[in-house]
Design a protein around this ligand. Structure first.
Ligand code: AMP
Ligand code: MG
Length: 408
């Protein structure tokens, strides 16, 4: 190990902390259709230009009437019918009622709605109320939900489906949000061939380019493929330089201790500050994190499981910061291990698991695999159990911390 990498060796927790500190919150603001804004963070304060409801609104299908009239008689004359969407305007006299539908404007001076199921029709235009509701019942008063000028959604709020509904309800079709990061990515390695092409002896398919693209999209980044890069310093330098125009640059492979792992020295030669380059974590120990100006650079070890999990734990965190996520850190859970698992010495061990709900707690079933190239064994994984450093074994039945995988 070089002295440079020893100095830049950090723990799992330190790596997350460093990324939180060094990651850059994006400054570009874009206007997007409200229906496509879910997952983004609002970059404006949205106030309501209207009262909701905009009029006294029937909350049930039934009959609108004046409550005082019911002291005289429980039988009313039906003088009109008002449906949702009808303009307010109908009116009634003492002893009269109006057949009304949920969402329709309650005509004045009616002050109460009796639900249709509490009534029986005596004649075509005469109805008897069996149960007389209290005054004001089954009417949603004008502006009960929000008043004109009130804040509907605060700036900095992360838009979820309910905010999509709120924004649409106050009449917005588009909304300003923080932009997604543009993310250049490339796999490095002389042995790599794109799927769809026949393999020659010594070659393997490039699976990381596909999984990286899919993770970038899922995490709300904009992928910019740089192609497959050869293990040649000059070639790497040229292609990596182009990637530095983006908000982030991801490289898989070429960051370990091998003779042809040129990525760290090429990054240094391009003026990238290497913030860390060794993690006390298994897998993905040689993960590299660097910064140049406004660009974050991640070197992800090329074994497919390492690339998958390094993206999940470190790159996704930086993307959430970029997108102004109010809680960028991954949610932590606890679950019961269904099989004993040994630790990884001085390193935190990330164990791919299938996580199930056992009625009152989570169960974690580790997916045994024989190293970080063995993606075939981890199909179906949806959680990473975190086995702390310095622990020899966690026994079946014990509780461990975990994170859900791909929870962007
Ligand atoms: P490296 O990190 O470049 O030393 O690569 C570590 C291992 O992962 C080697 O066995 C590589 O062949 C393999 N590998 C590297 N990049 C990829 C990739 N893009 N797709 C699949 N396997 C890869
Ligand atoms: Mg390589």
């Amino acid at each position: 190990m070089s002295s440079a990498s020893r100095q830049t060796r950090v723990s799992f927790e330190e790596a997350q902390q460093i990324i939180l500190e060094r990651a850059i919150a994006g400054t570009r603001i874009v206007e997007v259709p409200v229906a496509s804004a879910s997952g983004s963070v609002l970059a404006e304060e949205v106030r309501s230009p209207l009262d909701m409801p905009p009029f006294n609104k029937a909350a049930m299908d039934g009959f609108a009437f004046q409550r005082a009239d019911a002291e005289e008689s429980d039988t009313f004359r039906i003088v009109a019918t008002v449906a949702a969407g009808d303009a307010p305007g109908a009116s009634l006299q003492s002893g009269e009622c109006i057949r009304i539908m949920t969402g329709a404007p309650v005509p004045s001076p009616a002050d109460t709605v009796v639900p249709v199921e509490e009534t029986s029709l005596l004649e075509e235009d005469r109805v008897k109320f069996h149960d007389i509701p209290a005054r004001g019942m089954h009417i949603a008063p004008e502006a009960e939900d929000i008043r004109t000028g009130d804040v509907a959604v605060k700036a900095g709020h992360r838009i979820q489906h309910q905010e999509v509904a709120i924004l649409a309800a106050v009449g917005r079709s588009t909304v300003k949000v923080y932009d997604d990061p543009t993310i250049a990515f490339a796999a490095t390695g002389e042995e790599l061939v794109d799927p769809g092409t026949p393999l020659k002896p010594g070659q393997i398919y490039n699976s990381n380019a596909s999984s990286l693209r899919s993770q970038i999209l899922r995490a709300h980044g904009r992928p910019h493929p740089l192609g497959t890069l050869r293990d040649d310093p000059q070639h790497l330098r040229d292609r990596i330089a182009a990637g530095l125009e983006h908000d982030m640059l991801l490289l898989s492979g070429g960051v370990s201790m091998g003779r042809f792992d040129y990525v760290p020295e090429v990054l240094r030669s391009l003026g990238i500050e290497i913030v860390f380059h060794q993690l006390l974590v298994k897998p993905a120990k040689p993960t590299l994190f660097g910064v140049r100006d406004q660009t974050l650079v991640f070197g992800l070890p090329g074994n497919p499981i390492s690339t998958l999990y390094a993206f999940d734990q470190y790159v996704a965190l930086a993307i959430r910061v970029f997108r102004h996520h109010p809680q960028p850190q991954a949610t932590r859970y606890r679950g019961e291990l269904t099989e004993s698992t040994s630790g990884a010495g001085d390193r935190v061990l990330l164990v791919p698991c299938v996580c199930d709900w056992a009625g009152d707690h989570y169960l974690l079933t580790p997916l045994g695999h024989h190293g970080s190239a063995d993606i075939f064994a981890i199909s179906g994984a949806n959680a990473l159990a975190l086995i702390p450093a310095g622990i020899d074994e966690i026994r079946r039945g014990q509780m461990v911390g975990f994170r859900k995988l791909y929870n962007y």
